[in-house]
Design a protein around this ligand. Structure first.
Ligand code: KG4
Length: 343
């Protein structure tokens, strides 16, 4: 069953053809260069660029898969969460294709897609497992009970880990998207010199908090500039990276132990972080836990991950129709129900 999947929740216009866990094509048109001028994603520009790119990206995905529209069994699309204008482009395009081809429409939650990116690379991975999902807008610890059954046990109380990386990178003068640059530059230094606070959330909770660290870094940079001092950028980047990873790793391992999980999974753009991957690998190995994370090509936004999750949503009967709308914020636990449905 070949599924054409569409992703347009932020600044990548993406289309893929997926059959089960096999990727037949995966095309991503990124807008990063354009948003870099502004130091972050400009929603209005993102929507416009999606509109311009989506037809060509879809054609390219079909061409690379060596198939035509008539060979498709279903259309999948990211409908939540994300930038509303950006999501709407993909949702309306997918609805049009599903109607024209008279094939099912499968709405997919973006973060479920990030988790499913792991299924593409790890044929043996199946629920249940504990997943740390870390991206630009989200940081959450989820029990994946089944392919479409999720329980959130912890989340950030303020900024996402990716946001903390991006904002501190920007304050350090690194270009957008800052998380990637900060990771690269941090690798060249030792994180000991700067006395930054350790992000901490009291109590036996699995929640996270990163805004205090972000503010401390920005204040440190401003104070140093006022005194005509100089920041050692690689050392500060390494310290920030270490602090963020400390909290992510501590909470994930505590949850795995307390709740009896033997499999830990990383997902989302920040799962590309080299320190997070290497330290989590070492910690999991020490504790006899299995660890999975996506290959770098599937960490960021892409449509292949949406396509593979779509096959599980379809099997569970979570199908959309013309009433499908984009949703800016939506818990990962919520299964899609068409408008007017009361079950
Ligand atoms: O999952 P993603 O592509 O988009 C969202 O759905 O939010 O995540 C993007 C985030 C950005 O904050 C970016 O800076 C961060 O992932 N990121 C990284 C790395 N690569 C991407 N953060 C830290 N280290 C990296 N290597």
């Amino acid at each position: 069953m070949k599924i054409l999947s569409i992703e347009s929740s932020c600044d990548e216009t993406a289309a893929a053809v997926v059959e089960g866990r096999t990727v037949l094509s995966n095309i991503v048109a990124t807008q990063i260069a354009e948003h870099r001028i502004y130091g972050g994603v400009v929603p209005e520009i993102a929507s416009r660029r999606h509109t311009e790119a989506i037809s060509a990206v879809t054609e390219e995905a079909l061409k690379e898969a060596g198939i035509g529209y008539k060979d498709l069994s279903a259309i999948a699309v990211t409908y939540a969460p994300g930038l509303i204008g950006a999501l709407l482009v993909g949702v309306n395009f997918a609805k049009g294709l599903s109607l024209a081809l008279d094939i099912p429409l499968i709405p997919v939650h973006h973060l479920r897609g990030h988790i499913a990116a792991n299924y593409l690379a790890h044929p043996d991975l199946e629920p249940p497992f504990l997943c740390l999902t870390v991206s630009g807008g989200n940081t959450l610890l989820t029990e994946v009970n089944g392919y479409t059954d999720f329980t959130v046990i912890g989340q950030t109380r303020d900024d996402a880990a990716g946001e903390c990386f991006d904002k501190t990178a920007r304050a350090l003068g690194l270009s957008y998207p800052g998380g990637v640059m900060l990771d690269q530059i941090a690798t060249t230094a030792d994180p000991v010199a700067y006395p930054l606070p350790r992000p901490h959330v009291d109590g036996g909770t699995y929640d996270f908090s990163f805004s205090g660290l972000k503010t401390a870094v920005i204040n440190l940079i401003h104070r140093t500039a006022q005194k005509n001092g100089e920041i050692d950028v690689p050392v500060l980047a390494a310290t920030v990276r270490q602090r963020v990873c400390d909290l992510l790793i501590e909470k994930t391992l505590a949850a795995a132990e307390d709740r009896g999980h033997d499999t830990v999974v990383l997902a989302g753009g920040v799962s590309a972080n080299s320190e997070l991957r290497s330290r989590m690998s070492a910690e999991c190995q020490q504790r006899g836990l299995k660890l999975y994370y996506p290959p770098l090509c599937y960490c960021g936004d892409n449509a292949a991950m949406i396509g593979v999750q779509a096959s599980y949503e379809m099997a569970a009967g979570h199908l959309g129709d013309v009433s499908l709308n984009a949703v800016a914020t939506l818990p990962i636990e919520t299964n899609y129900l068409p408008e007017g449905s009361n079950s």
